[in-house]
Design a protein around this ligand. Structure first.
Ligand SMILES: Nc1ncnc2c1ncn2[C@@H]1O[C@H](COP(=O)(O)OP(=O)(O)OP(=O)(O)O)[C@@H](O)[C@H]1O
Ligand SMILES: [Zn+2]
Length: 723
């Protein structure tokens, strides 16, 4: 009988002990189901201690250990352990987040089958040489005979006549082969000088942990650099982890990676996958079969026994930071993991986070720069349209309309970028001043004319658009302000012969919808696009030559100190969609502040100048990256309860605060009320990360020991993005 220590997903920091008759050291890192309270929970075996924390007599036996799957290795346990320590979260919750749900429940991983690499075997070759009578199967086999290293079954199925693949397997004409994962499919494009120089610089550094910042302007071919780097690792028999910020970006990249490495096993991991597929991919990575793991932030937890390289695309993107539960940054964990495993990590972006940019400047990261575009000869010309004295037509300036008209006439595409979906941000009554506010949030209900609803973008509640003012009965209530639907409607009137396509979260709600939209744009089935930030990143549409930016000024004066950084990144990214191929691109920014340094830097494509300015401002104000922060947030049905808890937390903090730690006053959050809960926050800050971490450990322990008002919830956000 041995004691089994288990991490369980419960909001408490401790581990739980059970017993088992047949457990061995090999079971550390395995999923397990155990009795818990009146029910059952599943967790992970993290240790087999010699003595239990409680009386061993009272321990209950484990119910089931999942032994079909290899145990998670020690380095993986260290990774989740570090995550729990650094973000001050219970280990069991980190484990629950890092493991695919099916695996965590210690379910059987039903379909272990993968996507085999297939090529004609001896019998297949004999069939080709003669003898077999003509058939669909033989036709397919002939097609495949030309493929050097074999193809994945999924790729064969996608071929013309590919449905016969099952038939070929049954006849034994196709057999599973072990291919060279690094064999590139198709002809590789010759590298640009800058790409070649970047790869040479990379190759010149001895193996081991090296963090790199790959700062390449939009369209400079960062992806090609990633692919070449990946190829080297695959050739050496190692695994590559590639992180992308958004699920929306995975289909194109997946297709590109699969086309480049037809013999490689590419596994994608993101939250939109079906449970079975996610478990399967995770296990393929764990068992060392997957060559490339491509995914969103949760993929940073993929176990990779042969890891050789980590790539983080668009490293500045806020989606790498989880905003609920365990608030981890996948970008930061990727760097930690690279150090732990002694492998290089490449953070790529046209607009790096100020944190990474500063590291590259002061030598902590190595800096690779791609200053030119790979295909297009120039970056797009960026011009501010001063709207102070202009009469706008539904937010569109004459200059922007004229520029769109030119593109339509030439058969090119335009994009009007407006980061606000819906028809109008609020409905209001000019007679009595009524506005459509959300009953559950301190926010307005947004007018969605497409389906005639008023909808809260924060809590999701919605209702029909009223016919008259609910307050005074006035029939003439008006949508106020502008969103993508309104711009779309006006553009359709202004350009009756053009095809206008809106791309936002409402028009691309599902992955198939999103893929269909992208395919339509790619096929040139749209002339004018109206899009939110969904359109801003990653895409490469050769016929898109104009980007018009509407309504950007609002972020210029936002309260969050990161707002300018985000705005600059967003505008540089979205502007970067213009003129990426042979045709030159143009960006028009409508603004009332054309002299603003942010727009000036943007017009010169000078990220470095902007970053230097912004960092200097942060230094003067004492903001990150010059300081390190943690935010304690509390929410409750009554604001008083939330604030009272934070006041008490502030007292506890001040009692424990070492010199150099700053404790601010609790304040209501900007969006104070969200889904019927009132929210407040308390910031703590220190010049030294270690000092902050040591303090947080003690503080969180003290907070956990507090009695709190009923229905109060709190959470700690280390390195918060929204302050
Ligand atoms: N060496 C090359 N030769 C020819 N074409 C290239 C080369 N490198 C990249 N390209 C092409 O240039 C275009 C831009 O490349 P890519 O999408 O990788 O840019 P990026 O740096 O990731 O840009 P962004 O940050 O805007 O997404 C793509 O169409 C790509 O196929
Ligand atoms: Zn709401």
């Amino acid at each position: 009988m041995r004691i089994v220590r288990v991490a369980l997903p419960v909001p408490m920091p401790q581990l739980f002990d059970y017993t088992s008759q047949d457990v061995s050291e090999e079971d550390i890192g395995r999923c397990v189901r155990v009795p818990f309270g009146k029910g059952e929970k599943s967790g992970l075996i993290v240790a087999l201690p010699t003595a239990a924390d409680v009386d061993a007599e009272r321990l209950k036996p484990v119910r089931h250990i999942q032994r079909e799957v290899s145990a998670l290795p020690a380095d993986w346990l260290e990774l989740v352990g570090f995550t729990a320590r650094y973000y001050h979260a219970p280990l069991g919750e980190v484990v629950a987040l890092a493991l695919p749900p099916g695996l965590r429940r210690a379910d059987a991983v039903a379909d272990r089958e993968h996507d085999p690499l297939l090529a004609p075997g001896a019998e297949g070759r004999a069939a080709l040489a003669g003898g077999a009578r003509p058939s669909r199967a033989l036709g397919l086999l002939r097609q495949l005979a030309g493929e050097g290293g074999g193809l994945r079954r999924s790729a064969i199925r996608a071929l013309e006549g590919g449905a016969a693949v099952g038939d070929l397997l049954r006849r034994g004409w196709l057999v599973e082969v072990r291919g060279d994962a690094s064999r590139p499919g198709g002809v590789l494009p010759p590298l640009t000088n800058e790409q070649a120089a970047a790869l040479d610089a990379f190759a010149a550094v001895p193996a081991g942990f090296v963090p790199w910042l790959l700062q390449g302007v939009t369209g400079s071919g960062k992806t090609e650099v990633y692919l070449r780097l990946a190829q080297r690792e695959l050739a050496a028999g190692r695994q590559v982890l590639m992180l992308v910020p958004e699920i929306a970006l995975t289909p194109q990249l997946e297709a590109r990676v699969a086309a480049r490495f037809p013999s490689a096993e590419v596994v994608s991991l993101h939250s939109a996958l079906a449970e079975g597929a996610r478990s399967r991919g995770f296990v393929r990575a764990l068992e060392g079969h997957a060559n490339i793991v491509l995914g969103t932030r949760l993929a940073v937890f993929a176990p990779l026994p042969r890891l050789g390289l980590i790539l983080v695309d668009e490293e500045h993107d806020a989606s790498y930071k989880q905003q609920e539960g365990v608030r981890y940054s996948a970008r930061d964990l990727a760097v930690w993991r690279a150090r732990q495993r002694g492998v290089p990590v490449v953070l790529g972006s046209a607009t790096p986070s100020l944190e990474s940019w500063q590291h590259a400047r002061n030598g902590r990261y190595r800096h690779l720069v791609l200053a030119r575009r790979a295909v297009a000869t120039t970056l797009p010309a960026v011009r501010c349209v001063d709207t102070r004295r202009l009469k706008l037509d539904e937010g569109l300036s004459p200059a922007l309309q004229a520029a769109i008209a030119e593109r339509v006439a030439r058969g090119e595409q335009s994009l009007v970028f407006l980061n606000r979906r819906g028809y109008a941000p609020v409905l209001s009554c000019p007679a009595c001043g009524w506005v459509s506010t959300c009953p559950h949030c301190s926010a307005n209900l947004v007018v969605h004319l497409a389906d005639r609803r008023l909808r809260c973008h924060h809590c999701g509640c919605d209702g029909p658009i009223p016919h008259a003012c609910p307050s005074c009965g006035n029939q003439d209530i008006q949508p106020f302000g502008r969103g993508t639907q309104r711009i779309e409607a006006r553009l359709a009137e202004l350009f009756p012969d053009a095809r206008v396509l809106r791309v936002d979260r409402d028009s691309a709600r599902t992955r198939p919808q999103w893929e269909a939209l992208l395919a339509a744009i790619d096929a040139g089935e749209a002339d004018i696009l109206v899009g939110t930030q969904m359109m801003a990143k990653g895409h490469d549409f050769p016929k898109l030559t104009l980007v018009g930016v509407v309504g950007a000024d609002a972020s210029l004066h936002a309260a969050d100190f990161r707002a300018p950084e985000r705005l600059f990144q967003q505008l540089m990214q979205v502007g970067g969609r213009a003129g990426r191929a042979q045709l030159p691109g143009q960006v028009l920014i409508q603004t009332e502040y054309p002299e603003h340094p942010l727009y000036q830097c943007l017009a010169r494509h000078d990220f470095d100048a902007f970053a230097a300015l912004a960092l200097e401002e942060r230094r003067r104000a004492g903001f990150p990256p010059h300081t390190h922060q943690a935010m304690l947030r509390a929410d409750a049905p009554a604001l008083d309860d939330a604030v009272a808890f934070l006041r008490q937390a502030a007292r506890l903090a001040v009692e424990r605060a070492p010199a150099g730690l700053q404790v601010y006053d609790p304040v209501p959050m900007r969006l104070t009320r969200l889904a019927r809960r009132e929210r407040a926050q308390l910031l703590v800050e220190a010049g030294e990360r270690n000092l902050l971490q040591a303090f947080l450990g003690e503080w969180v322990a003290a907070l956990r020991a507090q009695r709190t008002a009923r229905d109060l919830r709190w959470n700690l956000d280390v390195d918060p993005l929204d302050v």
